[in-house]
Design a protein around this ligand. Structure first.
Ligand SMILES: CC(C)(COP(=O)(O)OP(=O)(O)OC[C@H]1O[C@@H](n2cnc3c(N)ncnc32)[C@H](O)[C@@H]1OP(=O)(O)O)[C@@H](O)C(=O)NCCC(=O)NCCS
Length: 164
């Protein structure tokens, strides 16, 4: 993801996270940490090319790495591309990044009512390790904290076709 992707990403962000969409400033700030010698973030976009050759952003994801722990900051796919395996491809990219950053574990938070995302994470081996009460506003929705202890094995397992 580069700065010119922020506008189309924001459009998806507002559609997919209507209650707690990230601001433009937050994406700029995250991307600032994704470049340079001390970079500890990586953000990616998924694009499709239309019949007229136009390029459209249909997914994005980001990971932060601090002291050997990766954190899935965000992951999202345009609704019309759900169930095509794109979410899994984006997550694979983040876990590959976690390995490059030498993370021993990867954590994430997910709304307790977001079972679709939880299933995706479980397929990669993430396990629930706790709950943050009232983490998401508005509505005081709890967050499930999930942890993956071995990001390298998870990526290798998925690439060997263990997706079921
Ligand atoms: C969560 C999210 C990223 C998942 O994206 P996705 O692209 O639908 O994910 P996948 O396609 O990889 O997997 C979803 C389902 O499609 C199935 N699938 C994967 N590849 C497939 C393929 N080639 N053909 C058919 N189905 C397939 C998977 O088995 C999975 O099924 P399951 O949910 O029954 O386990 C997406 O729903 C989303 O953006 N949600 C809104 C934002 C959000 O909640 N983000 C997470 C915040 S924590």
């Amino acid at each position: 993801m580069r700065w010119w992707d922020i506008a189309p990403v924001l459009e998806l962000e507002r559609a997919l996270f209507p209650h707690d969409a990230w601001s433009k400033g937050l994406f700029w700030s995250e991307l600032a940490h994704a470049r340079g010698a001390n970079a500890n973030r990586r953000y990616v976009v998924a694009e499709v090319v239309g019949e007229a050759g136009e390029v459209r952003v249909v997914g994005y994801a980001g990971l932060a790495a601090v002291d050997g722990t990766g954190d899935v900051q965000t992951i999202a796919v345009a609704r019309e591309h759900w169930s095509t395996g794109l979410g899994a491809r984006l997550l694979t990219e983040l876990l590959t990044t976690a390995n490059a950053f030498e993370c021993r574990e990867v954590l994430l938070e997910v709304r307790v009512d977001n079972t679709r995302a939880q299933r995706l994470y479980e397929r990669f081996g993430f396990e629930p390790v706790g709950v943050r009460r009232g983490y998401y506003q508005p509505g005081n929705i709890d967050a499930l904290v999930m942890r993956l202890s071995d990001p390298l094995s998870a990526v290798q397992g998925m690439s060997h076709g263990s997706q079921d």
